[in-house]
Design a protein around this ligand. Structure first.
Ligand code: BGC
Length: 845
């Protein structure tokens, strides 16, 4: 008997879905359309449906709320994008599929394919790139690999979700052509590649006179996504994003998350019974959910078997380390890099981020890794026997470090903080001792508990001014030694989860002068936050700064260490206060006095490498004055090993910037994208990212696509072959989706280049197009293709880069279709968006 084909399986699944639909009552069907909990969907034994579980991505798979097991922690998505390596993204997709299965997860809420429209965007690190084509190619590769392993991707956030300020209410105003050519492009490519789920964003979208929340936007969800692109998967709402019943149900949303509760359930059943929503609309959603369940092995199917290694197993660690080292971008190098391990017996390792690297941005993407390899550990491995002096060079965070457990006792003298659970009348219903006093969060199951009273005696050892900082979330009263120092009656709810203010609550600082030994009693009454489907919890940050060296003292210490060393490595960067979901960055400057630190260390030791530990662009005013600089991203669990590999060249840091690095804040084409009167206007149109810099003729510090690597390159030749069709054996049409995406390529660019250095190197060959100028809205130059190539020292290689027809097409708002404008196109090839030594002309008649 022949093995069943994909089409047979599809037909079989379709039949089983139909049978299930016939069996389910309206109430059962509607129940399936809202989550059963924060992270899972309802099961129905009768039809063989087991629960489908969802979890964030994209940095790793966190798992459901009570999963304490560590998760693999990749470098930030922008870092993976800096490899420009679609095969690597596929390997990471397979790794994440294994992680999902290990953690019992069927749907990974990733990737984020919104674009880095402004460097100030809070989730910049979570996006891949500022360029639609680069984003599309990399994300499609990741999604295909993930789903080939039977785990669904939920591609997010559809659409126009490029910043965080007023994130649940603003309306993005984007003209149709810009949507089509720029912000839709990654979604369209991934739907074409077969995405099983898409997440509708929090924001609203105003398009062609239809203004609606993204979760209820009929023209977007039903019109474009489902009808035009043929998307047959599930549109899930962003968490708590759905605001209405009928409009979202009719608009094309399939699944409200989280649950239970929310605007569908009984209200939707009633709407169907009233005739306001047709039952066929419900059936379509149920069919989509059952199809998703079938795809992930939860309905009439088994999950695909995948390897599920632990996140600290050697194979996993090697892959993450390779990806992280490959992502690192060489921004400057006068020959100091790669370091010769024999020539640096004494190293000064300097910077707050050297002591504590910032490995992941904040928000829903946050995962707990099995370990984080520090720069000191990594360097000690590649420089055995070297003397490495680690000095901080000043703090960069505004807030004090978390309160150490050893300083805290309860009023009865036990280690920890006393937590008394109070009802509305102030009666104690339960007592607990909290042993870990830093960033306190715990769920409250007892519905009668309205507040928690924390009491802690904090020991203050030594002369000087000690600072105690307390950051409660919501209504509270804070007393220090009995005196009220902060009080708020403002009761908060789920909005603090959505704006992430609970991950960085405002604190009250209390300085306490001590001679010898002292102590203070901290008493805090904090409200229980009722955050709807995110549950009820209490949240407070307790922080403490001991008297000690000032930043001035530490800067001098850093200079001294640098002076005494053969090489200084200064790690500067952002920190958890800077980059997170929930808020945008008010400034692109490095926090604290880090610019001064760099300048003073370089003055003390001219053999200095600066390492930038940040996800999104920061202004580096000294960049052209330092001998060498690397962009290290938010590097994830293998941080220090990857950095060490890059510094000595064990793995070439072959990253290329997936965004533009500004030299000055005033130059940035879209400085912040903040909503005005509730609207975010995408006024720059098609000129996103590097295209905007070209249009305004501004010179950034380092342009899109920039990265020196360690080899040198000569671009020899560019040849074009027009109208070639896809080579035999590669699928011209996967049978899924519609449109022109998989049609014959318009041209093939063949680039010949030589590695003129004495070491094997990796180059990212980039192809850009420009048109004849007859269409003033077209960008001056746009990315059309790229390829990664490894070439041995002194060798020549030729790479073939297909140029898809879509790269030449424009969206006609007159005909509502893609058109291929005639004319000469200049095809540019080179190393970055502004280093394009080769050109050829392609004519379209
Ligand atoms: C974020 C999503 C995330 C979801 C679940 C939302 O606040 O915008 O990206 O997947 O929470 O954690």
């Amino acid at each position: 008997m022949a093995t069943p084909t994909a089409a047979d399986t599809r037909t079989e699944a379709a039949e089983q879905i139909q049978t299930a639909l016939d069996e389910l009552t309206l109430v059962e069907k509607v129940r399936l359309l809202t989550g059963a909990s924060t992270w899972s969907l309802h099961a129905i034994d009768r039809i063989g449906l087991t629960p489908v579980t969802l979890s964030d991505g994209p940095i790793g798979v966190r798992g459901v709320s009570d999963d304490e097991r560590p998760s693999v922690q990749l470098p930030a998505p922008s870092a993976t994008a800096a490899t420009w390596d679609v095969d690597l993204l596929a390997r990471l997709g397979r790794l994440i599929a294994g992680e999902a299965r290990r953690k019992g997860v069927d749907v990974v809420l990733a990737p984020v394919v919104n674009l880095q429209r402004t460097p100030a965007g809070g989730r910049h690190f979570e996006c891949l790139a500022e360029d639609p084509h680069l984003t599309a190619e990399l994300a499609a590769s990741f999604v295909s690999a993930l789903q080939d392993a039977g785990v669904a991707a939920s591609v997010k956030h559809f659409v126009g979700n490029e910043q965080e300020t007023e994130r649940t209410t603003y309306v993005s105003r984007i003209d149709e052509r810009t949507l089509r050519e720029v912000y839709f492009a990654p979604f369209e490519a991934i739907v074409e590649a077969g995405a099983w789920s898409v997440m509708a964003a929090y924001n609203g979208v105003a398009l062609d006179g239809v203004e609606s929340t993204a979760t209820a936007h009929g023209p977007l969800l039903n019109g474009v996504l489902k009808d035009e692109w043929g998307f047959d998967g599930v549109v899930v709402s962003d968490w708590l994003a759905t605001k209405d019943t009928v409009a979202s149900a009719d608009g094309g949303l399939d699944l409200v998350m989280p649950g239970p509760g929310g605007p569908w359930d009984a209200a939707l059943v009633a709407a169907v019974e009233r005739g306001d929503v047709d039952e066929s609309v419900i059936d379509d959603k149920v069919a989509r959910i059952l199809r998703l369940a079938h795809r992930v092995g939860a309905f009439a199917s088994e999950p695909v078997e995948v390897a599920t290694p632990e996140p600290d197993e050697p194979g996993v660690r090697d892959l993450v380390r390779e990806a992280t080292a490959r992502s690192i971008v060489v921004l400057a190098n006068d020959g100091l890099l790669p370091l010769d391990p024999r020539a640096v017996p004494r190293v000064a390792l300097v910077g707050a981020n050297a002591v504590e690297p910032f490995v992941q941005g904040g928000g829903s993407a946050f995962v707990r890794p099995p370990h984080v390899v520090s720069p000191l550990e990594g360097l000690s491995r590649v420089l055995p026997g070297a003397e490495i002096a680690l000095v901080r060079g000043g703090v960069t965070e505004r807030r004090a470090p978390v309160l150490p457990a050893v300083l805290v006792t309860t009023p009865r003298g036990a280690r920890g903080i006393l937590a008394e659970f109070l009802d509305v009348d102030g009666n104690v219903r339960e007592e607990r001792v909290i042993l870990d006093p830093g960033e306190v969060w715990f769920p409250i199951e007892d519905a009668a508990v309205a507040a928690v009273r924390f009491t802690a005696d904090v020991a203050l050892h030594g002369d000087g001014t000690h600072v105690v900082e307390v950051g409660p979330v919501g209504a509270h009263e804070l007393r220090i030694d009995g005196e009220v120092v902060s009080r708020s009656t403002h009761v908060v709810g789920s909005e603090v989860v959505l704006d992430s203010s609970y991950s960085d609550p405002a604190t009250t600082e209390t300085p306490v002068a001590v001679i010898g030994e002292g102590s203070v009693r901290v008493t805090l009454d904090a409200q229980v936050v009722d955050a709807d489907a995110f549950g009820r919890f209490v949240r407070v940050h307790l922080r403490y700064r001991a008297p000690g060296a000032s930043v001035d003292d530490e800067l001098v210490e850093a200079e001294d260490a640098a002076r005494a060393a053969d090489v200084a490595i200064v790690v500067v960067g952002t920190n958890p206060e800077t980059e997170s979901e929930g808020w945008d960055r008010p400034s692109l400057a490095l926090p604290g006095r880090q610019d001064e630190l760099v300048r003073r260390v370089v003055a003390a030791n001219p053999r200095t490498v600066v390492v930038v530990n940040a996800g999104a662009p920061v202004i580096l005013p000294w960049l052209d004055e330092v001998p060498a600089a690397l962009w290290w991203w938010l590097p994830g669990q293998e941080a220090g090993d990857a950095l060490a590999d890059a510094l000595v060249g064990a793995i070439e840091p072959s990253g290329r910037l997936p965004w533009t690095l500004p030299a000055a804040e005033a130059d940035v084409p879209v400085p912040n994208g903040l909503p005005r009167d509730g609207y975010v206007d995408y006024a720059e149109g098609l000129d996103v990212g590097h295209r905007g810099w070209d249009r305004l003729d501004r010179t950034p510090a380092r342009e899109f696509g920039f990265g020196l690597g360690y080899a040198q390159w000569r671009y020899d030749r560019l040849e074009l072959e027009a109208g070639r069709t896809r080579p035999a054996g590669t699928p011209a049409d996967s049978g899924e989706g519609t449109g022109t995406w998989n049609e014959a390529d318009e041209a093939i660019a063949r680039v010949t280049l030589t590695n003129t250095s004495d070491r094997t190197g990796r180059e990212v060959v980039q192809i850009y197009l420009s048109a004849d100028g007859s269409d003033p809205l077209r960008p001056l130059r746009w990315l059309a293709g790229f390829a990664v190539v490894d070439v041995a020292a002194g060798s020549t290689a030729t790479v073939e880069i297909p140029l898809r027809r879509r790269r030449f097409e424009v969206w006609s708002t007159d005909t509502s279709s893609w058109t291929l404008p005639a004319g000469p196109y200049v095809v540019h090839a080179g190393r970055s968006s502004r280093d394009l030594p080769l050109a050829a002309t392609h004519i379209i008649h």
